[in-house]
Design a binder for this molecule. Structure first.
Ligand code: BYC
Length: 333
């Protein structure tokens, strides 16, 4: 059997992937090509399993860390209605994290292991959550742009070849589309408001536009995992394709509310039927991934504190489960 090297995780560039050879690998690829869903107990190449654990756990961590920038505004939402909506949204993100950790657990890793990887700084989470939320308009911009970018990526993931991930994504996408609309509604209200409110909305768009484009990951040329993930139908569209589609749907939404996308190179290309856009600052992206974004340290410190504060809840749940198990054993004789 010949193998193909693939960088599965940072620093581990040699994990072999049974990409093309061996009867099981061949049957596996045929099932994927026929659009059959792969389920937890099915045979799968080790590289497929590791790629999914990496992506699903990074996704779960992103949902949970993603609660922090918005959680920052729950006590300062301008009206009771806005507060209720924001609370519900942040709670939804926690729920998404739980579905995704459960989907990852079907691949033979424990949630405790995955959380350790996050808290030790070994696991990645989306770069976008390392930026601060400095005004109420940022809550609008996150819903509109960040959830908008997430939906663009995640609708494709509803057709992922791995059943538990694909099914989790269906529900998550429904909730994300409500999140996107609540964010855009905040932006509409600000854009129609006083000149100070319009300035606040424009300032939020200026700060969140480029980091939102970075959410889709490195360019296809630089993407380590895309080609193999697309062969396995984990990913259905490339990072650049999804980024372009996001730009094409979002620019008219900005124009509709009278805001200006902060990209002087942005222009409609009639021949391509898409917008041309300026260069993304990949140095900034790489710095954020390396832990040097504006809020990386603060985000991890907040998660570590939450984990420590929750120790008594985990201990109580375990003690309760143990008592219930002992009672059931006694009853069974
Ligand atoms: N940030 O080969 P590539 C939400 C990493 S949360 C950080 O293209 P891949 C929400 C990548 O992991 C939704 N790291 O990788 C929550 C890889 O590193 P490793 C978040 C990034 O996996 C609360 C390396 O760069 N969505 O909606 O094929 C409030 C090379 O990249 C990023 C998901 O997680 C990044 N932006 O493609 C509001 C979607 N980009 O692992 C909203 C699921 C790349 O080799 N994930 N990297 O060390 C995916 O679809 C894919 O993993 C990506 C990257 C498109 C992100």
């Amino acid at each position: 059997m010949y193998t193909q090297g693939l960088n599965i995780a940072a620093g581990d560039k040699t994990i072999p992937i049974e990409a093309a050879a061996g009867p099981e690998a061949k049957r596996f690829q045929e099932r994927v090509d026929r659009e059959e869903k792969i389920e937890p107990k099915d045979w799968m190449p080790e590289g497929y399993r590791k790629t999914l654990v990496r992506q699903i756990s990074q996704h779960a961590h992103s949902e949970v860390v993603g609660m922090l920038p918005e959680g920052n505004w729950i006590t300062r939402a301008p009206t009771l209605r806005r507060k209720m909506v924001l609370l519900a949204k942040v709670q939804d993100e926690g729920g998404h994290g739980l579905y995704l950790y459960s989907a990852a657990e079907t691949l033979g890793v424990s949630r405790a292991e995955l959380i350790d990887q996050l808290l030790s700084g070994k696991a990645k989470y989306s770069s976008i959550f390392n930026y601060p939320t400095t005004s109420w308009a940022d809550i609008g911009a996150i819903g509109w742009l960040v959830d908008g970018a997430a939906i663009m990526n995640q609708v494709a993931l509803c057709r992922c070849s791995y059943g538990p991930y694909a099914r989790a994504m269906v529900r998550i996408c429904k909730e994300e589309s409500f999140h996107q609309r609540q964010g855009y509604e905040i932006m509409i209200a600000l854009a129609r408001g006083t000149s100070a409110q319009r300035r606040m909305a424009q300032d939020a768009l200026d700060r969140w536009w480029w980091p939102s484009l970075m959410m889709f990951g490195p360019s296809d040329k630089e993407s380590l995992h895309s080609a193999q993930s697309m062969r396995w139908k984990i990913k259905r569209q490339s990072n650049d394709e999804l980024r372009q589609r996001f730009i094409d749907v979002t620019v008219p939404q900005a124009e509709f509310i009278g805001l200006k996308v902060p990209d002087p190179a942005l222009s409609w290309n009639a021949a391509r039927g898409s917008y041309d856009f300026g260069a993304i600052d990949w140095t900034e992206f790489n710095e954020v991934l390396a832990g040097n974004g504006p809020c990386n340290r603060e985000r991890l410190a907040a998660r570590r504190k939450a984990h420590e504060d929750g120790a008594w809840v985990r201990a109580a749940a375990l003690a309760h489960a143990e008592k219930a198990r002992a009672r059931a054993m006694k009853k069974a004789g």
